[in-house]
Design a protein around this ligand. Structure first.
Ligand code: ARG
Length: 458
């Protein structure tokens, strides 16, 4: 009869529903490689302490590699009694190499083991996410560089504000994602802390060399307090918070593009590759990719909020509640990875309608420039703002545009107006005047492109 890993003190059987309730293998099996990697390093540390002979260590290592090979090739046969990835791997190791497998867990607990696996696994995923996010920033930057000539209305409150370059808008999103990349990088030192060697809670009585384990597994530093080492999940909270904010950026960009792709705006058309149709309305092309990007942000925030609530009220060290770290983390990693890749695809393939963007530029969007014109003639801005507002009102009342008011009408509003007021009514000039750092002039867009390209090279 099979014995449970922890069955010695038990006489009664586990309730079948409890067994299922307790089991995490169906989701934590994805950490199989990290679990094997951690175990191989630990077997070497045990050999250094003469708990294992050199020969025993080699047998254990070979067995573990076989276990990992079974996972990697889809041959690993899960047994009904396997509780989690740690017990499953140890059970299989025992089948492969016999009772010697029972020496591997000496001085180790699943508590330091699972925390080590999670950190190793997340470090790998963070590296993948960094490359997806880099791809997204790159496509925004390259597109901006190619489409610098395209002008469009810039909005605040979704009301037409001032003309901008389309590239300036793309780059605004690129800067959000670039700072997400920076922030993600800053999480790494706090993920890369080694818990292995903390034991169940009090530390390792066989005095394994944790410096050795750190180097062997490529961690940056060592958990210096074993109680903290087994119980700390701040690295997961931080990652979930990071993901929530980055998904907010994804959602904002998606929302911009949903609006711009409506017939009412008509600024962009999504490629067929990222659109779907309607089951009843044959004419429809829906921006499902963008809506899912926007929608996923809610779920990612939910993962974060849920796990923070799980941690609230826990006492120190390991508690089984901590097994609830896995599904929100895994779901978040899967979804942000997908979102960054889909967003890159959407941005890289959408079609821009420069003519529609241009047609949406209206003369009233130059009212600020009109006020600025008088400022340059010496009138204080608070007055020029008012005068320009009167010009807008007059144009509205007489159903004309600002450029259609006569010079004498302008002169009635201010004697500073002269024939050169005409120079105001030019969108390209308006954009080019925004030439301080951060502005939408061609020169400043080019500056942004080169700054971001430089950041991407790092
Ligand atoms: N499956 C467990 C988890 O994910 C592993 C640690 C179990 N430790 C324990 N003392 N029961 O947290």
């Amino acid at each position: 009869t099979k014995q449970k890993l922890w069955g010695g003190r038990f006489t009664g059987k586990t309730d079948p529903l409890m067994h299922e309730f307790n089991q995490s293998l169906r989701y934590d099996q994805r950490m199989h490689a990290a679990d094997v990697q951690g175990s191989i390093a630990y077997s070497k540390a045990l050999a250094l302490q003469n708990i294992l002979t050199k020969d025993e260590q080699v047998k254990i290592e070979e067995g573990l590699k076989k276990v990992e090979q079974e996972w990697a090739t889809g041959q690993f046969a899960i047994q009904a009694d396997d509780e989690d990835i740690h017990t499953a791997n140890e059970r299989r190791l025992g089948e492969l190499i016999g009772p010697l497998a029972g020496k591997l867990h000496t001085g180790r607990s699943r508590n330091d083991q699972v925390a080590t696996d999670m950190r190793l696994w997340l470090l790998q995923e963070v590296a993948n996410i960094q490359s997806y996010l880099t791809g997204l920033v790159r496509v925004l930057v390259e597109r901006a560089d190619k489409e610098k000539d395209v002008l469009m209305p810039g909005y605040t409150h979704l009301q037409r504000g001032q003309p901008i370059r389309w590239s300036h808008l793309l780059l605004s999103h690129a800067f959000s994602f670039q700072s997400d990349l920076q922030r993600l990088k800053q999480l790494i030192p706090r993920i890369s802390i080694l818990p292995l060697g903390c034991g169940g809670l009090a530390g390792n009585p066989f005095v394994v060399d944790r410096e050795f384990l750190k180097k062997e597994l490529g961690f940056d530093s060592i958990a210096e307090n074993s109680l903290w080492g087994v119980g700390d999940r701040d690295f997961i909270v931080e990652f979930l918070m990071w993901a929530s904010m980055s998904m907010g950026h994804i959602s904002r960009m998606a929302e911009d593009f949903v609006i711009y792709s409506t017939a009412e705006f008509g600024f962009i058309t999504l490629s067929d590759a990222y659109s779907t149709g309607s089951s009843i309305m044959p004419q429809k092309k829906n921006p499902d990719s963008l809506e899912l990007l926007r929608g996923k942000s809610g779920r990612i925030f939910g993962n974060m909020a849920g796990f923070v609530m799980t941690l609230k009220g826990l006492p120190s060290t390991y508690n089984k509640d901590l097994q609830e770290d896995k599904e929100p983390l895994f779901d978040t990693v899967d979804n942000v990875s997908a979102c960054f890749q889909i967003a890159e695809g959407v941005v890289g393939t959408l079609e821009v309608h420069a003519d529609k963007m241009k047609a949406a530029l209206t003369m009233d969007m130059l009212a600020t420039d009109l006020a600025d014109y008088l400022v340059r003639k010496g009138t204080p801005f608070r007055q020029t703002h008012h005068i320009s507002g009167q010009a807008v009102a007059l144009a509205e009342r007489t159903k004309r545009s600002l450029s259609e008011l006569t010079l004498s009408e302008y002169k009635e509003l201010s004697d500073k107006f002269e024939a050169d007021v005409e120079s105001v009514f030019d969108f390209e000039k308006s954009v080019e005047r925004r030439d301080a750092i951060g502005g939408t002039s061609r020169r400043m867009v080019e500056r942004q492109v080169s700054i971001l390209r430089e950041a991407l090279r790092e």
